[in-house]
Design a protein around this ligand. Sequence first.
Ligand code: NAD
Ligand code: UDX
Length: 484
Amino acid sequence: MKKITSICCIGAGYVGGPTMSVIAQKCPEIKVTVVDINEARIEAWNDKDLDKLPVYEPGLAEVVDEARGRNLFFSTDVDKAIQEAEMIFISVNTPTKTYGVGKGRAADLKFVELCARQIARVANGDKIVVEKSTLPVRTAESVKRILKAEAGEHEFQILSNPEFLAEGTAIDDLHNADRMLIGGDQDEKGQEAIQALVDVYAHWLPKDRLITTNLWSSELSKLTANAFLAQRVSSINAISALCERTGADVDEVANAIGSDSRIGPKFLKSSVGFGGSCFQKDILNLVYLCRHFGLPEVADYWEQVVAMNDYQKHRFAKQIIDTLFNTVSGKKIAFLGWAFKKDTNDTRESAAIYVAHELLQDRAEIHVYDPKVPKAQMFRDMEYLIENPGSVYTENPLPENWRDLIVVHEEPYTAMDSAHAIAVLTEWDEFKTYDWASIYAKMLKPAFVFDGRNILDGEAMAEYGFEFRGIGKGLEKARANVEA
Ligand code: NAD
Ligand code: UDX
């Protein structure tokens, strides 16, 4: 059986960078080259200062430090890396299409197609091509056709090896993956290719965690896993709205149902809404596929997970406006957090962007502090949402001077000084350690805190004097309902 000695990965992003760094760390005899057309990104991966790596992930810098220059390389020379490698991972972005057929739903596969064509064009021998990007089921068929049409005398085996890491815990997820899924053709050559990749992961993962399937099951499992995870978050968020009307506490409900071993405790944390580059994109893609394959009822079922998430983000923004006496115009609202979850600098589809958009429609003045997200990224996020509203709640235009209404702070206290209200958008641990008594003293009264992550102690915050609102903690409203 052929042992792999040289790997190339096309795409040095949030998946390609950490995944290949761990493969290089765990397989010192394999040369791993990560390539990208984005020169600035590759330069950052090669930066001596490990704080400048383009992806922030706990533990990543140590892994890169161990392997870079030994058997891990970052380069912009895509052709050379393809030629040198026996196995080529495609780990490029597959965003939702923003134009043409399938706009707003289907995955945009143009980057994957470009990679397939480039591999076919420059390959100088047989190659195993691995789909690492998340792709619609049956994409491998198109990749195969492109490779075959341009291949000449070379043979290509296609594998599907979707990535299940979550951002913020990527290194731990890679080191201790619940499972690694590898799909391939069921004939002899397909099985050999599967085994070659199994052997790579077997350097550190137990054999029983390496699941092998056919290509289509592997491709579809990735979309399904994300749809199930997102569905849990939307389900508990739906219940949070009912908690607020009835006096139930969503964290208590989550704990009670999560203790049932059939349900389990994970992914039941109610929040301002899920974000990230995967959940929404992958469900919309699933919805598109279901309609494409003539299954409108199945499509409608999954679409509701995204609709509930849009509603949750809207509900949070609306609660802020309603509570602040029906307008936030000219009011200073401090945002704690902009990233879509803690321990990452990634902001794609972050709930903060949507909440900011709704508050800006009402002319709020938003003061943001996030420990990892730079100012320029926040403005890019707003511009992207303005161009691609995607939800009924963000279709209204913003005031022309919206850029002046977002003020980004390098430290948290100035962001909250003299604020009318604070909104917690990301669950960064440091937010729990702030001097809340002095923050209260410097805010306008009544001093409102809207905790979109339920990380602060509501009772303690009330004792400081804050008017505190958590997600799914509806005692006050419930009392009002009873009195009415
Ligand atoms: P990303 O945008 O961070 O990185 C993709 C990189 O590919 C970019 O740097 C881009 O410049 C590069 N690229 C695009 N076309 C190229 C080409 N033709 N040649 C060379 N480089 C090219 O994306 P990501 O978050 O790493 O996601 C990659 C894939 O993995 C997506 O399909 C995504 O759905 C999937 N995925 C992402 C996550 C996650 O947590 N981010 C988790 C699991 C799966
Ligand atoms: C997700 C999947 O978990 C991962 O397996 C896949 O490879 C990529 O997509 P990621 O988006 O990085 O990972 O983070 P995840 O931890 O899943 O969180 C997604 C969003 O849901 C975040 O905004 C998070 O704050 C939110 N969330 C998650 C909740 O609101 N409540 C929860 O209980 C869990």
